[in-house]
Design a protein around this ligand. Sequence first.
Ligand SMILES: [Zn+2]
Length: 299
Amino acid sequence: MAIPFHREDGVEYGSVRRLSPMIRRVVANNPSVFTYHGTGTYIIGSGRVAVVDPGPDLPRHVDAILAATRSERITHILVTHTHMDHSPATRTLQARTGAPSYGYGPHGTGRFERGEAVEEGADWEFVPDVEVRDGDVVQGEGWSVECVHTPGHTSNHICYRLREEGSLFSGDHVMAWSTTIVSPPDGDMGDYLRSLERLLDGEDARYWPTHGPGIPDPQVFVRACIAHRRERFDQIMQCLSEGMERVAEMVPLIYRDLPRSMHPAAARQVFSALLYLIEEGRVACSDSLGVDARYRPAS
Ligand SMILES: [Zn+2]
């Protein structure tokens, strides 16, 4: 089952665009293979507004957010998770607005932490002023969001459901343009699948991911994301049953169309899938767990 991806033709950096009666977006100029055209910072409401994912700490981007809300007041800063392209501008924006920040908590260390910073791209400095939990409702002037804890991409990932419009700010959990990176130690494939399945209970009409365009048919999209991961698990099981033991052997086969420069990121995905398959009792590891370890089907 192919995921029905949606693309977006270019964006205009530094200007604000209206996406719905209550939502505007400013895109940061940080395009990359991981961020697509850049980080989309959302503004909710009018007059007294919330900002979702201030983005990377680029002075021009913060200026653009402030210019977009010039005659308004930012009263809330909502953060989906603590990657460098999402949370660092919170500090600058707070210094200039005084608005409190909301999030699940600081960046997690994951299950396999060995005392060193094993992950790149994490914003270790972010600490929310207000810690939110699943089901909490944050209320502003004319808007309210329900917090939906969706661990997987990171352990502290939160989606925010805008109740007045029946839409979900899906962060990096579900994106229209690409699959999500689930990289251990803090990324967890089992959590990620459970967080996808949870969204199937929601009746959201649209998702607003932090990168790329909105997703107009989210239920169909999420089902396809789940099916895609299960296909990957089958491919990995097939490789193992043919005697391949190492992630490095499987990546070129499973990710045939991916440029070589992306293979290290793909290896992290295969590794996270293997950890999940071990959890499920389908795979065993012959060494100590790691991306370079040897794996085999569980007998
Ligand atoms: Zn992220």
